[in-house]
Design a protein around this ligand. Structure first.
Ligand SMILES: [Cu+2]
Length: 171
């Protein structure tokens, strides 16, 4: 009777041990699979995602007048104000306009929306836009590239769009 119980305990102990070993091996294999999966998906994501940094300065200038992306890409765009002037005097945003939008007309309408970072409310002419930033600030947005074609981007701060504009090309 006692001997049987003891035998059972040992068996149980061995049984558990064997299970633990299997668990460790399984976990090891799973982590390798996870690492391989992550490595693979991040390389796929790298093609799907494009990171762009555009700078605005105190002289009312963007450092880029052309941005190229591929259709379907997720665009991660950072607007960096490399100047020192405050937002109220030299604020910059980055606004991507739909095709056919007249920059001057849009800019004039936008100038009435100071309280909304110079983005007209209820507009259907904006594909994507950042917030307005002042000297030393930066902001990042993420959006899906529109269909193939050439689009205009501007800073919609009053008067800036005369100089601060460029082409956003989706290939
Ligand atoms: Cu500006």
């Amino acid at each position: 009777m006692f001997g049987n119980k003891k035998d059972k305990r040992v068996r149980n102990h061995r049984g558990r041990f064997a299970v633990n070993q299997t668990n460790i091996t399984m976990r090891y294999l799973l982590s390798i699979i996870t690492i391989l999966t992550l490595a693979f998906s991040s390389s796929v994501l790298a093609q799907d995602k494009v990171e762009i940094t555009i700078e605005g300065n105190d002289k009312m200038q963007f450092n880029l007048n052309e941005i190229k992306v591929e259709a379907g890409q997720t665009v991660v765009l950072t607007l960096k104000h490399v100047g020192k002037l405050p937002k109220a005097a030299m604020g910059h945003n980055w606004v991507l306009l739909t095709q056919g939008t007249e920059i001057n007309k849009f800019g004039a309408a936008a100038s009435k929306f100071a309280g909304n970072d110079y983005i007209p409310e209820d507009t259907d002419q904006v594909i994507a836009h950042t917030e307005l930033v002042g000297g030393g600030q930066q902001t990042t947005i993420e959006f899906k590239a529109p269909e193939k074609g050439t689009y205009d981007f501007i800073c919609s701060f009053p008067g800036h769009y005369a100089m601060m504009k460029g082409k956003f090309i989706v290939e």
